[in-house]
Design a protein around this ligand. Structure first.
Ligand code: SF4
Ligand code: SF4
Length: 384
């Protein structure tokens, strides 16, 4: 589906950007997006992630504390939240938590590994008003996915749950998303993942992997620069042609540069336009930094809007080595870059155009196996 807004030249976008009012007048220093890690427990122990090691049910917020946090975020001016983890479906009271935030008027999205949810529980979430969900999927090759997540038998479960979310959440207005961590292991496969997401009515978001001492095998080497160029240029073209890629063109361009050179040049607004909340309800500017205080009492609000905190966070950002997390960077682009804003609006309009029943994702995968070079010699047979 073609974008609904006309194509502008680069020069026109630059001119429009200089007039773009969102940054200056409305949202400056308001955390419009907040990520809440409601638990650090997880049903998986993926190779590129350490968070599951810190899971502790005893330290997690109670339902009463979620009410306090929702009030705090409303008072801060937050519009949109994501409930992630760890794996949020490990909290038996997830539907209650979702209901608290929806009733307060937030746009709510759940980030899940797609392994732990069940049809009954998704029904329960739909009843309390959940519309938006992101499911992690790094490969259409089961062995590869299960290698990354260090658990066998999960790939089919993820695909089945993708179908369940699509069948159960409302047809119109739901943003159904696949989150894919981009690494050396799946770089070649990204265009096929875009085709898969588009054919089943999902959008896809690509997250360049963050390399640490545990996941060096995921690193894309400098010899692969040509491949990165080719694949990301194709992704940008696919987005232009209307395929379901959530990332803004700007983010894809920036990711291409980052994966080739390690350079990061986007301007971060952590602690201003976005925050992170840990399972205890403590607020930090983003996932990398220690908490500034508790979001369960209103005392922190004055501090967060003070010039003392502004100076502190600017200093932190100066020293930060940077990251390429779309959840943060895309908010900055949405507010500071008019093209990215229009591209996002285009995505939301298209979520209201989703009609008909979901095609069987396993059929689409079989077609892709037959057509795509990156699955050559691959013999998986879907079970249904
Ligand atoms: S599913 Fe997510 S939170 Fe859990 S181990 Fe994997 S990457 Fe980490
Ligand atoms: S660039 Fe640094 S401060 Fe900004 S979100 Fe990423 S890790 Fe946090």
């Amino acid at each position: 589906m073609k974008p609904f807004f006309p194509e502008f030249s680069r020069k026109n976008f630059r001119a429009l950007n200089s007039l773009y009012p969102l940054d200056i007048f409305f949202f400056r220093r308001k955390p419009i997006y907040v990520h809440i890690g409601i638990t650090h427990r997880c049903s998986l122990s993926c190779r590129m992630c350490q968070i599951w090691k810190t899971g502790n049910a005893k330290e997690e917020m109670s339902i009463d504390e979620f009410y306090l946090l929702a009030k705090f975020l409303k008072d801060c001016g937050t519009i949109s939240i994501s409930l992630g983890g760890g794996e949020p479906f490990l909290r038996e009271d997830l539907a209650e938590i979702v209901k608290i935030f929806i009733k307060k008027g937030f746009i709510v999205r759940i980030l899940t590994n797609g392994v732990t949810s069940t049809a009954d529980y998704i029904e329960k979430l739909a009843k309390v008003g959940l519309k938006h969900v992101s499911v992690s999927l790094d490969s259409l090759n089961p062995q590869k996915q299960e290698y990354i997540c260090k658990k066998s038998g999960i790939w089919e479960k993820i695909i089945e749950n993708i179908k369940l979310f699509s069948d159960i959440l409302p047809r119109r207005g739901s943003l159904l998303l696949i989150n894919t961590v981009v690494s050396r292991l799946n770089l070649e496969e990204l265009p096929q993942l875009v085709q898969f997401a588009t054919r089943i009515g999902f959008f896809i978001s690509f997250i360049p992997v963050e390399i640490n001492i545990y996941n060096k095998e995921f690193k894309i080497s400098s010899e692969d620069a040509g491949k990165v160029d080719r694949i990301y240029t194709l992704l940008i073209l696919m987005k232009k042609q209307g395929m379901n890629i959530l990332n803004s063109t700007r983010f894809l361009q920036e990711s291409r540069k980052f994966l080739k050179t390690g350079d990061i040049s986007w301007r971060c607004d952590a602690g201003g336009l976005y925050f992170s909340v840990n399972p205890r309800g403590e607020i930090s500017i983003c996932h990398q930094y220690s908490p500034e205080g508790s979001g369960l009492s209103s005392n922190l609000i004055n501090y967060l809007s003070s010039s003392r905190f502004l100076r502190k966070r600017l200093k932190m950002m100066e020293l930060c080595h940077g990251c390429m997390r779309p959840c943060w960077a895309e908010v900055t682009y949405m507010i500071r870059d008019i093209r990215s804003f229009l591209e996002l609006m285009n995505v939301y309009v298209r979520t209201y155009q989703r009609r008909g029943n979901l095609v069987n994702p396993f059929d689409i995968i079989s077609e892709l196996y037959a057509k795509s070079k990156c699955y050559e010699n691959f013999t998986y047979k879907p079970l249904i």
